[in-house]
Design a protein around this ligand. Structure first.
Ligand SMILES: O=S(=O)(Nc1cnn(C2CCNCC2)c1)c1cc(Cl)ccc1F
Length: 79
């Protein structure tokens, strides 16, 4: 239930951003087109719409389902 370091190995199921926005599924390109897909990042656990860190951010994050906010960090405690 916590992220180690920058959360690259986090495989929990938090799927909401720190401001309460629902995460966009990683395998969808709507509302945000992106290249952080399970195909491009096969070992980053990009399942469903769970918060993850496939690309070296300081902590787990996700694209949001709010078209005005592309991506946001998620509130997952550091271990
Ligand atoms: O298609 S994207 O992946 N979309 C995107 C937008 N913001 N991000 C950030 C997500 C969190 N980590 C930093 C990039 C990714 C994308 C990647 C790059 Cl390198 C540049 C533009 C861009 F559109």
């Amino acid at each position: 239930p916590c992220q180690i370091g920058n959360g690259a190995s986090y495989r929990g199921t938090v799927s909401v951003t720190r401001t309460g926005k629902t995460c966009q599924r990683w395998d969808r390109l709507f509302p945000h087109v992106h290249d952080r897909t399970p195909h491009n990042y096969p070992s980053s656990g990009l399942e469903e719409n769970y918060c993850r860190n496939p690309d070296g951010e300081p902590g787990v994050w996700c694209f949001t389902t709010n078209p005005l906010v592309r991506w946001e960090r998620c509130e997952v405690p550091v271990c």
